[in-house]
Design a binder for this molecule. Structure first.
Ligand code: FE2
Ligand code: FE2
Length: 253
């Protein structure tokens, strides 16, 4: 499976895109998942996917209290009145991801984690300042997730896991566009110097995160046809696509 691209979403005209209608539609057109078969994975495959799937399961779920507070503030300040509802639906979708992974883990008796260091660091970083910090950290994790779910899909022959990954990729791709659009709204009226500093910070954060995540879940990535070089290149390409949206307010064609 190759890299999915941001231009491959259904979003053609980002400035007119109705996010609320999209989330309603997406939520009522989910891929069918049948959790009754727990014989698709060998013991070796269960061992292979366990550490990373546990980490992503915990990372996907959140009440989003701090995020929601920042969202309300930003919506009021920027007169983007649909934003709180859009982000409420987005958080619900992330929690669905977490629940789906949990259900999949349950059929193979994989215990969910309560806490994880990487997840804690991400949550800490997100809460450092306001909406921009939240969204930058969020979208970095989502771009990493795009490569992770591609690798996870490649790593085993589980049909159910492949459908789950396809659903994740479908949803996360749109999430990356959503967060990038928010960054466009934030950066639009700011100095170009400030904006280029933020872009540099995003590149550093992406390089660091890609390095840590790949090395932590190396076995899974290698089995999923993601040597480090390819993983890093894909993460940086997603970032370039996200920065294009942040700069131009549209998805690159
Ligand atoms: Fe997600
Ligand atoms: Fe997401």
């Amino acid at each position: 499976m190759g890299r999915v691209k941001l231009k491959e979403t259904i979003i053609k005209n980002l400035r007119d895109f109705n996010w609320i209608e999209y989330f309603k539609y997406n939520n009522s057109h989910l891929y069918k998942l049948d959790f009754s078969n727990n014989t698709e994975l060998s013991n070796e495959e269960i061992k292979l996917i366990t550490p990373s799937i546990k980490a992503f399961q915990i990372g996907e779920g959140s009440e989003g209290k701090h995020l929601s507070k920042c969202v309300r503030k930003f919506a009021f300040k920027s007169r983007y009145y649909d934003y709180p509802e859009i982000m409420r639906m987005f958080i619900a979708e992330e929690n669905r991801h977490s629940q789906t992974l949990k259900k999949y883990m349950e059929i193979y008796n994989i215990e969910p984690s309560k806490k994880m260091l990487i997840d804690n660091i991400f949550r800490f970083l997100r809460k450092l300042t306001g909406i921009e910090c939240e969204v930058v950290v969020l979208v970095t994790a989502e771009m990493i997730a795009l490569s992770y779910y591609t690798a996870l899909s490649n790593a085993t022959n589980s049909k159910l896991l492949k459908i789950i990954c396809a659903q994740m990729l479908n949803d996360e791709l749109i999430h990356v566009v959503l967060q990038s659009d928010t960054l466009f709204r934030i950066s639009a009226k700011r100095s170009s110097l400030y904006n280029s500093l933020v872009r540099t910070a995003r590149k550093i954060l992406m390089r660091l995160t890609a390095f840590i995540v790949w090395h932590k879940y190396k076995n899974l990535f290698l089995r999923g046809d993601y040597p480090y070089k390819k993983f890093k290149i894909h993460c940086m390409e997603y970032l370039q696509e996200s920065i294009y949206i942040e700069k131009n307010g549209e998805v690159c064609s």
